[in-house]
Design a protein around this ligand. Structure first.
Ligand SMILES: *Cc1c(COP(=O)(O)O)cnc(C)c1O
Length: 221
């Protein structure tokens, strides 16, 4: 199927109120342009260099989502270019974001990436350390937390559903409390293989790559 056909099919499965992020990592700008021409404005990249390259080449009204791990020494390159950072996972990274956004007089919009699978999945903040990270966010002046992101361990439908359920519970608990600088609006979970389950479990932001662009070939690059 073509990219255009994929978009049409996926849209039929996405209810109103759920944001579809087209995950375009490794894909050429011509492919992103096709998706853009279908009306999609949210694109996800997992590498800073690739995001900033594509940022230069594509229309300015794209909302770029940084969904991959963010190294502290790369923060300076994304200021003013990224709509939402999905991968805040440590106080050290938070400090670096605060520093660079403060210097530019801007505010970073971020999601806290929660590691729900623990040892199986090394990215994200452990649930046990979440409270401490949240406290640190409350002390920032140039960072706004807008929700939670998670990448769950691979597994069957029941396993996925269980993880999504746990993340939604954390999200709801935080949503019901009141914090400075923190507003739980976005719950970013679900990818090509499991986004429908994620939506059923409460996701309102899904990150779909291969389902839109087709298989990724990392040797192409
Ligand atoms: C690559 C990636 C996706 C998309 O995965 P697909 O299986 O291609 O849909 C989603 N989220 C993150 C963080 C990714 O790195």
């Amino acid at each position: 199927m073509s990219i255009e056909e994929n978009i049409i099919k996926i849209r039929e499965t996405i209810p109103e109120g759920v944001t579809l992020i087209a995950v375009s990592k490794t894909k050429p700008v011509e492919d992103l342009q096709k998706v853009y021409d279908m009306g999609v404005r949210d694109f996800g990249e997992n590498k800073v260099q690739e995001l900033t390259d594509k940022f230069e080449k594509l229309p300015q009204d794209i909302r770029w989502h940084l969904i991959g791990h963010l190294q502290r020494n790369k923060v300076k390159y994304i200021v003013g270019k990224v709509y939402l950072i999905h991968s805040l996972d440590s106080i050290r990274l938070l400090d670096e974001i605060e520093k660079h956004y403060s210097a530019s007089g801007m505010t970073a919009e971020v999601l806290i990436q929660v590691n729900i699978g623990r040892e199986e999945n090394k990215t994200g903040v452990d649930v046990d350390d979440l409270e401490e990270l949240i406290n640190a966010c409350e002390n920032c002046n140039h960072v706004k937390v807008r929700g939670i992101m998670s990448i769950i361990p691979q597994g069957d439908e029941d396993s996925c559903r269980g993880y999504f359920y746990q993340i939604k519970k954390i999200f709801d608990e935080l949503k019901n409390r009141s914090f400075k600088n923190i507003n739980m609006e976005f719950l970013s979970m679900g990818m090509t293989g499991d986004y429908k389950i994620a939506i059923e479990e409460g996701s309102n932001m899904v990150r779909v790559g291969e389902g839109i662009f087709g298989k990724r070939n990392y040797n192409d690059k």
